[in-house]
Design a protein around this ligand. Structure first.
Ligand code: PGA
Length: 256
């Protein structure tokens, strides 16, 4: 039995006052939300404040990326250890903007994932193909490579309990163009089969696989109705409390 997981990736949006107002409202939403897991991923500068503002709730708070080194000369960067230190419990790794705008490779994602697990941070691992890769029939090959490079030989229990995979087709992120439920289900089923091959049926049946890419209140229900879609990683539509609340409400019952 998988609990649906609706996570808001705030990217480089919201200011301190907006984060505070969002969290105040989210406390009420979370108190009512049963049968769904909620999470928010604020910009680094607000991470500690958001952790405090949501203390005592079940809402997951995490970073949008982090570096694996414990410390060092990495001007402008933040260490996984520092994310943990401010009380965050999760980190998103391999987001397409990190891969395509900031040049993070599969090896970088793996190095970060290893350190996150070692430090006790849970991970949302993003995978997804570009439009060109989809058009040339390479979707399965690309997501398989990203999945395997990140997760091969990771401990079974960690994969089942501490990793969420987010399928985020690059062409659907921030574009308003969503994958159809059939396209999403297709890739989600491939990812679950891959998990089954590497980690066995017990792990694959527990692995939560989110869909991400222009998820909105008006399309979330059909996506979550797919048997292998267990939640959503949401950018734009997670920035307003009303729409995040609607997503949370519609997310209930969204996982198998
Ligand atoms: P979007 O972003 O919902 O704005 O498309 C999703 C994401 O990047 O995680």
């Amino acid at each position: 039995m998988r609990t649906p997981f609706i996570a808001g990736n705030w990217k480089m949006n919201l200011d301190g006052a907006e984060c505070a107002a969002f969290c105040a409202g989210l406390r009420d939403v979370a108190a009512e939300a049963e049968g769904v897991r909620l999470g928010v991923f604020p910009p680094f500068v607000y991470l500690g404040a958001v952790v405090e503002a949501l203390a005592g709730t079940d809402v997951v708070v995490g970073a949008q990326t982090a570096r694996p080194e414990a410390s060092g000369a990495f001007t402008g960067e933040v260490a996984m250890r520092q994310v943990k230190d401010v009380g965050a419990t999760h980190v998103i790794l391999g987001h397409s903007e990190r891969r395509h705008v900031f040049g993070e490779t599969d090896a970088d994602v793996r190095a970060r994932l290893d350190v996150a697990l070692e430090l006790g941070l849970d991970v949302i691992l993003c995978v997804g193909e570009t439009l060109e890769e989809r058009h040339t029939g390479r979707t399965e090959q690309v997501v398989t490579r990203q999945f395997e490079q990140a997760l091969s030989n990771i401990d079974d229990a960690a994969v089942a309990e501490r990793i969420t995979v987010a399928y985020e087709p690059v062409w659907a992120i921030g574009t308003g163009e969503t994958a159809t439920p059939e396209q999403a289900q297709d890739v989600h089923a491939q990812l679950r089969a891959l998990a089954d091959r590497h980690f066995g049926g017990d792990v694959s049946s527990r692995l939560v696989i989110q869909y991400g890419g222009s998820v909105k209140p008006d399309n979330v229900a059909t996506l979550l109705a797919c048997p292998d879609v267990d939640g959503a990683l949401v950018g734009g539509a997670s920035l307003k409390l009303e729409s995040f609340e609607t997503l949370a409400r519609l997310g209930v019952g969204g996982a198998a």
